[in-house]
Every structure is written in structure tokens, then in C-alpha cells.
Design a protein around this ligand. Structure first.
Ligand code: FE2
Ligand code: FE2
Length: 293
């Protein structure tokens, strides 16, 4: 997959550092040049200021979250880096998020959905990855624990909406669908400390992988109702909305809300990570700059 670098746009993502060098400019000032990889892309990055902090990070780790702006330099797009943080340093409070996840899942009363979500929680290999993985490399929540943080964010928002519109949604379906909507990312991403996707992730994507994982668990539950299975599958299949890559648009109350809450949680993460003095750079996901005053 190729990352689209557009001059003057902000870029934020999880990168592997292949190499870096401290160089001296003609004016006598030092800068750092970095050779970064994300998936198949090799990109050059530059740090003009704060060398000591950046160098400390570079000594510590070769997996970093970078925030910067794209510039054209000698007819090539490069990243002018504003901040560089070790992947694990910007970590989510995993314990707190996991406690919230369990509280939300415990409120599910439907016995089939309780069993289904329980099968995921009882799978230690799945759970370890679900807790540690980022939600993605580039778009949002690209930090240690990001997938858990995003999932709990979407579940929490869904729960609050159910409280307001009790007559509109089936709470159990909403919470189970929100929990399961991105589980396929555990098979799509290759280990938390590698900056790449698995082959099956690249060929099938997390929506298809998630559907397969859920189908597999449902097949282990006797008498799981067909209608409920279809509802859960539809929520996973449609959660990106048709414009953003799902094959079908969300068409049930729970799927419509899940799609909106997924987008809201991503939007909030972008605003949080954009925070600066005055105007932020243009953000590809938000489709705007943000003014922080
Ligand atoms: Fe997704
Ligand atoms: Fe999501």
C-alpha cells in the first residue's frame, strides 16, 4: 500500500526508523535526517529543532509515532517532523480502558451475545493483541493500546446514545457490535511492534477478517439465532459506511449509530492529536484545519 503524501498537509503515523543521521547545514546549525518506513513506503523525514529530545527517542527505539507536515524538497515529498514519540511511551492507560471494556460488556444481558463476546475475552492470544495493538498505522489511534482505546470509545458513545434514545436501539446488540466492529484488526496488523500489515490483512482487510472471526465463534454456540447473526454481521460489514469502503451502507438502527460513533471517535482522536497554538495544519481526515485559539 502506498501512503499519499500531499505537500502542506499534516501527517501523523506510526513509522519504523531504518536509519538516521545528524547533519550540519551550511548555516552551521545541526539537523537530523531520518529514513522511515511504513508498510512498503520509504520516506525521508527532517527534524530541524529539538535534537536532544529527538536523539534520545532515537537511541531508545526504532518504532515511533511521528507528527509533521509534508513538504516538497528537490521534487520529492518529505516530512518536516514536529514531534517524535516512542510508540510505547504514548501508551494508553490499558488497565483503565480494559476495566471500562469489562463493565460495558457485563451490561449485555442477551445470553447469545454474552457468550459470543465471552469467547473473544477467553481467547488469550486474541486478547493480548487486542489490548496492545494500535487501531491502525496511519489514520487514527496509532499508539500502543490504540485499538482497545478506540473500541471502548465507540462502545461508550454507543451506550450513552442508547441511554438517550432508549426506544430506538437494542442496547445489547449495540454494545456487542461496537465491541466486535474492529476485531479483524488483530489479524490485519502484524504484531504491535512491527510497522506493517499481514498478508491476509492486505488481501482481505479487517472487515472481512472480522466477519470470519465472528462467524467462527458463532459456529461454536448452539442455537445462535440466525436473525441475530445477520444483525451482528451487518454492523461489522457496514461500519465504515459506503463512502469509506464498506460494501453496504448501514441499514439498521444499531448499524447506523455504530457507523456514526466510529466516525466520531476517530474525529475526536484527530482533534486531540492536532492540538497546537492557533491553527493546525490541514488534516486529511477532518478535511479542514482546526483553530485552537
Ligand atoms: Fe474499521
Ligand atoms: Fe473503528
Amino acid at each position: 500500500m502506498n501512503i499519499k503524501l500531499i505537500p502542506d498537509e499534516r501527517i501523523s503515523g506510526l513509522f519504523h526508523i531504518n536509519d538516521y543521521k545528524l547533519r550540519k547545514a551550511r548555516n552551521g546549525y545541526y539537523y537530523i535526517i531520518l529514513f522511515l518506513t511504513m508498510e512498503d513506503n520509504i520516506i525521508r523525514g527532517y527534524i530541524w529543532e529539538d535534537h536532544s529530545g529527538a536523539l534520545k527517542t532515537l537511541y531508545e527505539t526504532d518504532l515511533v509515532v511521528i507528527d509533521g507536515k509534508v513538504k516538497e524538497l528537490y521534487e520529492q515529498c518529505v516530512i518536516i517532523i514536529n514531534s517524535i514519540t516512542p510508540f510505547k511511551k504514548d501508551r494508553v492507560d490499558v488497565k483503565d480502558k480494559f476495566d471500562r471494556l469489562i463493565i460495558l460488556l457485563n451490561s449485555i444481558e442477551n445470553r447469545y451475545l454474552k457468550t459470543l463476546t465471552g469467547l473473544f475475552l477467553d481467547d488469550h492470544d486474541f486478547l493480548k493483541k487486542f489490548i496492545e495493538y494500535p487501531a491502525g498505522l496511519h489514520i487514527h489511534h496509532n499508539r500502543y493500546g490504540g485499538l482497545l482505546e478506540h473500541t471502548v470509545g465507540v462502545m461508550h458513545q454507543s451506550y450513552l446514545n442508547h441511554r438517550i434514545y432508549k426506544d430506538v436501539f437494542d442496547k445489547d446488540l449495540l454494545l456487542a457490535g461496537a465491541f466486535l466492529h474492529d476485531v479483524g484488526k488483530v489479524a490485519e496488523l502484524s504484531q504491535a511492534d512491527k510497522c506493517s500489515y499481514t498478508t491476509e490483512g492486505r488481501l482481505l482487510g479487517h472487515i472481512n477478517l472480522g466477519l470470519m472471526m465472528v462467524d467462527d465463534r458463532i459456529s461454536q454456540i448452539d442455537g445462535f439465532p440466525d436473525e441475530l447473526k445477520l444483525s451482528i454481521r451487518h454492523m461489522i460489514a457496514s461500519h465504515h459506511g459506503k463512502i469509506n469502503g464498506s460494501d453496504v451502507a448501514p441499514k439498521t438502527p444499531e448499524a447506523i449509530l455504530l457507523h456514526r460513533m466510529d466516525g466520531l471517535d476517530i474525529t475526536m482522536d484527530k482533534i486531540r492529536t492536532q492540538r497546537c497554538n492557533g491553527w493546525s495544519a490541514y488534516d486529511e481526515v477532518l478535511k479542514t484545519e482546526v483553530y485552537f485559539g
